[in-house]
Design a protein around this ligand. Structure first.
Ligand code: M6R
Length: 637
């Protein structure tokens, strides 16, 4: 986890570092710090802050108070893995002489052993982090070898785990030492300046010329030069990429929170998704490659063409589909399983990324793995992808960040058209994942002759309708939610969310949304399981939510579940569709939305569910965009 930014150049580094940190806060915001080589005194000076107050984040405190003066510096925003949130554990960390400073993203395995050895050698360690050992250990190697390159090579042999490091060394006041094993690190090349960061976003307004540091490599960055080496000391070729980026201003545009803004962006994001895929997926292949420079996010057009849709032969051969994701992306996959099985009749399995790696793997040349991830950096999903690649198994990354590690690792790439998602709680990423996967299922069905061009066209139309309803239903209930319902439901401290068939994974997503932003406990259950245990929990203090479906048979089963709740004096809230009168009548509170294609029922309900959860959280006064203990991108396993 954590975000790293570093600068070397001709300008004062403070603003670049602070600006980069504020763009990296999605990777963690427990604490933040920066260090630079002081221009005048030629030594390292630094500032650190831990903990977020209700009004100020650690990065904002750095901006307000840090006084540093130099042209080379490093910064870090932390999501705590080893060691509590306090100033001692805040990066940068130092060696004993404080002439080496380091920022780190990742986890150093076996750091306890290294720490013990360092203490036995007489080193003074001040934090309980794994990172601090790196500064001391590198110091040891630099004492042993006058040559920086040799010292780094030896140092890399002693470290295990995942890491992206940037070191500031007083002895080399013009150079940044950067290193990477498994955690992401990207270099930006400017005019007489270089940047290094965990994510291109940190400096995307400064340059679009980048170098993705290869795994197991290190580099020495000076303002005009990159010297790149493998851990074995061999010089590596520096490969420059141009990010085709629309420089985006990231602000709340008048909304109180990014989450609310992003909820409202969904209709357009889905529309953009359909138009985008319609263009590149057109069967007459007349789409002009240049048209693809238009997508919302930075894109490598070549990557889009790289097996965006599987080629016809491969589609014909497909005997199964696998999807892998974490959190909300996993929920999207669980819903999309219904798309692939119902529309293309292809057996589909969905795997939780954090579990997948530890299960036996069965290579299948007639299968593909779709890796679903908003960030394209989630460590659990990325590691699962690397395992799959190791077996030469076909894979496709469905992500929102075209410059992400997953896009580079997978064979195919399905870009999401969500646009930057800033709030930790995923909203528009979820809905555009659903839209993309629904489109893909239909596109595969077309390729296999299961549906014809007209049905493909109708499917795209169904997506447009679902997007309309997603937004219109927010408007329908806006007043009721903001004036009464949000306050009424903010009084409860636990909920049960029920769904069946395609609405069960949606209930899981709704429960995750409520838990992560409001800290209120919500337990999702398949409605049919209620009678096998959870029914014992029904009382007047635990509202039961039922998310309906548009399949008549399954709807009837949900109606029975609703009666079971009411027979026990439970408080019932339903998200239902027009005409589902029996369910609506049984409810204490009912949200009713227009009918859509049954497979798009969850997508149509998404906006209203998120809006309701958002307003409950507003009543509770929680920091919506940055919930406690969380980070937007989870880059540790
Ligand atoms: O970037 P990813 O989609 O791979 O992230 C996966 C999860 O960490 C993410 O969906 C998380 O569950 C969100 N906070 C949910 O709102």
């Amino acid at each position: 986890m954590c975000g790293i930014i570093a600068y070397v150049g001709t300008k004062p580094c403070k603003q670049t570092i602070i600006h980069g940190l504020s763009r990296l806060e999605y990777r963690g915001y427990d604490s933040a710090g920066l260090a630079c080589i002081d221009e005048k005194h030629k030594h390292i000076s630094y500032h650190k802050y831990a903990g977020t107050t209700t009004t100020t984040s650690p990065v904002q405190r750095l901006e307000q108070t840090a006084t540093i003066n130099g042209h080379i510096g490093i910064g870090h925003t932390r999501w705590a893995t080893h060691g509590v949130v306090n100033e001692e554990n805040t990066h940068p960390h130092f060696n004993c002489q404080k002439n080496i400073a380091v920022v780190h993203n990742g986890i150093i395995e076996g750091h306890e052993k290294i720490r013990k050895a360092l203490i036995e050698q007489g080193h003074d360690l001040h934090s309980t982090t794994d990172t601090e050992v790196a500064a001391h250990l590198l110091g040891n190697h630099l004492k042993k070898h006058n040559d920086l390159k040799t010292a780094v090579m030896e140092f890399s042999q002693e470290l295990h785990g995942a890491y992206a490091f940037v070191f500031l060394l007083e002895k080399y006041p013009e150079k940044l030492l950067i290193m990477r094993r498994r955690s992401p690190l990207v270099v930006g090349i400017g005019e007489n300046e270089m940047f290094a960061a965990s994510d291109y976003l940190a400096f995307s307004d400064k340059t679009n010329k980048v170098v993705f540091l290869p795994d197991d490599s290190f580099a020495l960055l000076s303002k005009n030069n990159i010297e790149l080496y493998g851990f074995d000391g061999k010089a590596l070729q520096v490969i420059e990429h141009k990010i085709n980026s629309l420089s985006q201003k990231i602000d709340k545009q008048g909304f109180d929170h990014y989450m609310l803004k992003e909820i409202y962006e969904q209709k357009h994001a889905i529309t953009r998704t359909i138009s985008f895929y319609n263009l590149i997926g057109s069967t007459n292949k007349t789409a002009n490659k240049d048209d693809l420079t238009k997508p919302y996010e930075p894109n490598y057009t070549d990557a889009i063409w790289r097996q965006l849709t599987l080629n016809p032969n491969e589609v014909g051969r497909l005997k199964s589909i696998n999807m892998i994701g974490a959190g909300t992306s996993w929920h999207a996959a669980r819903i999309a399983q219904f798309f692939f099985e119902y529309i293309c009749k292809i057996p589909t399995r969905v795997h939780l990324a954090s579990e997948f790696r530890y299960m036996p793997f069965f290579k299948d040349t007639n299968s593909t793995y779709i890796m679903i991830s908003q960030s394209g950096e989630t460590a659990d999903t990325l590691e699962a992808l690397k395992l799959i690649s190791g077996y030469d198994q076909h894979s496709i990354a469905l992500t929102n960040v075209a410059s992400s590690s997953m896009v580079r690792e997978a064979q195919g790439f399905l870009p999401m058209q969500a646009g930057p998602e800033i709030s930790v709680a995923s909203t528009k990423a979820f809905s555009t994942q659903l839209a993309t996967l629904f489109w893909l299922a239909n596109r595969i069905a077309l390729e296999r002759g299961i549906i014809d061009e007209k049905q493909m066209h109708d499917a795209e139309g169904d997506l447009f309708i679902a997007a309309e309803i997603l937004e219109a239903s927010i408007e329908n209930y806006k007043l009721e939610i903001t004036q009464t319902l949000a306050s009424q439901y903010a009084k409860y401290d636990r909920f049960i969310f029920l769904g069946r068939h395609i609405s069960y994974p949606f209930a899981m997503e709704a429960a995750l949304k409520l838990k992560e932003i409001s800290y209120v406990f919500a337990q999702p259950y398949p409605a049919g399981e209620l009678k096998h245990g959870p029914i014992a929990l029904i009382d007047e203090k635990t509202p039961i939510f039922i998310f309906s479906v548009l399949d008549d048979l399954i709807y009837q089963k949900l109606v029975s579940n609703a009666h079971e709740v009411k027979a026990r004096h439970g408080h019932l809230v339903v998200f239902a569709f027009e005409g589902q009168d029996e369910l609506i009548k049984a409810a204490d509170t009912a949200f009713v939305i227009p009918r859509v294609n049954p497979l798009l029922a969850p997508l149509a309900m998404t906006g209203l569910m998120q809006f309701f959860v958002y307003h409950i959280t507003c009543v509770l006064g929680c920091p919506i965009d940055k919930p406690r203990n969380l980070a937007k991108s989870v880059t540790v396993e």
